[in-house]
Design a protein around this ligand. Structure first.
Ligand code: 2M8
Length: 464
């Protein structure tokens, strides 16, 4: 099933992850990468390209670091939580103290200047990212169960200060991003999905009309890539920055953003993460004797979002869909988001069998040209599939991690191993790219020092 087409490959294709003997070396390289991106109180997503803290990257960094250095993992989460808005939102970027060149930087977001409920310091962006943080909190709690007294103390003290902010974060998502109580999170920018230029956003973006008063800007993200077609297009970027402008002009106030932003989509993948993360946080709360009302709220949100995700499933394709609120229409796409219910559960047995059969089919993981039996960001059979373009086709190891995590939880260890082995195979030479060409395994994007990927590799390779 595995094919090895990389010229620089160091081993023959064997149909498996790197040999056991090579794993410690890969783990060491992943750890080295995370350390290399360490800015002190935060891990840059990639020192050369994303030189600040990104919200879901920080959670994954903490998941990886929890295996290495619990104190540092906790510090990562503390830094993000310290940047929480008074509304409860965890911002998608927390800017580093050093004035490193990144666009859009703090001035362009202009959160405090626009009257947003953002902290006085540090500067942040004005949107959010998927709520994977509960998974990291659970890892910190798990580490605290170990015999080391200092880890136990660290873990307990962390949870005492993190519980209230974590509840506020989930409550904000439930109340401000799903005021309709549909069990689906609304996003107002595709950056909020973490999967920025996924084809499922094409329809909503086609209706975003960039104002002729969009202040000029210069992209920085393309400076790192030799082939700019691996990044979103300039037309995409104009829309991304226009949405920032729209939100800035209303001071990032939740109700105003709801009413004015050109882009408003019920994101089924983020909703599935919300369901799973709320369930996990409820378990953490139960184990650590958090207030019963909090645990009850978390259970209720888990149930609401799980059901919301299941309701999006198209009986025709058997896959989940997003919903474009501005066009009042479903977004059917042949993207990885169609499998969102596999993260959150709740499908009836027949629907689940059908979804897994699609996942395993030649349209997806068993496509004959794929180098590994794992899901690319978009089906290779889709008309919009582009194997080298960011989220329009490449493999994203972080997405393998999410499915592997869910498969393990559902009691499907072989499937979890399949995701892990695919991720380890792609990264076996110690390149931690953001995404990979799915027919060759070539690392793509502007960096091979990406914290997201290094963190999930570390997690795969080190058991607590
Ligand atoms: C990418 O997103 C940023 C915008 O937030 C970008 O493309 O410039 C995505 O991979 C996102 O998932 C990730 O969190 C971020 C930082 O690694 O980079």
């Amino acid at each position: 099933m595995w094919r090895d087409t990389r010229a620089r490959s160091v081993r023959a294709a064997t149909g498996a992850a790197p040999p056991r003997g090579a794993e410690p070396a890969l783990a060491a390289r992943a750890a080295y990468r995370l350390r290399g991106n360490d800015l002190g109180a935060m891990t840059a997503s990639a020192a050369d390209m994303y030189p600040h803290l990104w919200s879901w990257d920080a959670a994954f960094a903490a998941i990886g670091l929890a295996k290495l250095d619990l104190q540092r993992a906790v510090r990562e989460l503390d830094t993000l939580l310290a940047a929480q808005w008074s509304t409860g939102m965890l911002p998608h970027i927390v800017f580093a103290a050093e004035q490193v060149d990144y666009f859009p930087g703090p001035e362009r977001w202009g959160c405090r200047e626009s009257g947003a409920p953002a902290p006085v310091a540090p500067p942040t962006s004005g949107i959010c990212q998927p709520p994977v943080h509960a998974f990291a909190v659970q890892r910190v709690v798990a580490a605290g169960r170990h015999p080391s007294r200092s880890d136990r103390d660290l873990s307990e003290a962390f949870l005492r200060r993190a519980w209230v902010p974590m509840m506020a974060w989930h409550r904000w998502l439930a109340e401000q991003r799903d005021p309709e109580a549909e069990g689906l999170i609304t996003i107002y920018h595709s950056w909020e999905s973490g999967i920025d230029n996924c084809p499922r956003w094409d329809g909503p973006y086609s209706r975003v009309v960039v104002g002729d008063d969009l202040p000029p800007y210069r992209r920085r993200d393309k400076l790192n890539v030799t082939d700019p077609s691996q990044r979103p297009t300039d037309a995409d970027y104009d829309r991304y920055i226009w949405l920032v402008e729209q939100m800035r002009r209303v001071g990032y106030a939740d109700a105003s953003v709801r009413g004015t932003c050109d882009f408003a989509v019920k994101d089924v993948f983020t909703s599935a993460i919300m369901a799973a993360a709320s369930e996990v946080l409820a378990e953490v709360g139960e184990e650590t004797r958090a207030p019963a009302v909090d645990v009850a709220d978390l259970r209720a949100w888990a149930a609401r979002f799980r059901a919301g995700v299941v309701r999006t499933v198209d009986t025709g394709t058997g896959l989940a869909r997003d919903r474009d609120l501005r066009a009042d229409s479903w977004i059917s796409s042949e993207t990885i988001a169609g499998f969102a219910p596999l993260l959150s559960g709740g499908l009836d047995p027949a629907a689940q069998r059908r979804m897994l059969a699609t996942f395993d089919s030649p349209t997806w993981c068993a496509h004959p040209r794929l180098v590994a039996p794992a899901p690319p960001s978009t089906s290779p059979e889709a008309a919009v599939f582009r194997p080298r373009e960011y989220a329009r086709g490449p493999y994203w190891p972080v997405l393998f991690w999410l499915f592997g995590w869910a498969f393990e939880r559902h009691g499907w260890p072989e499937r979890a191993t399949q995701m892990r082995d695919a991720g380890l195979w792609l990264t076996r030479e110690g390149d931690f790219a953001e995404y990979y060409e799915p027919f060759t395994g070539e690392p793509l994007g502007g960096t091979t020092a990406h914290s997201l990927t290094a963190a999930v590799v570390l997690d795969w390779l080190c058991s607590l």
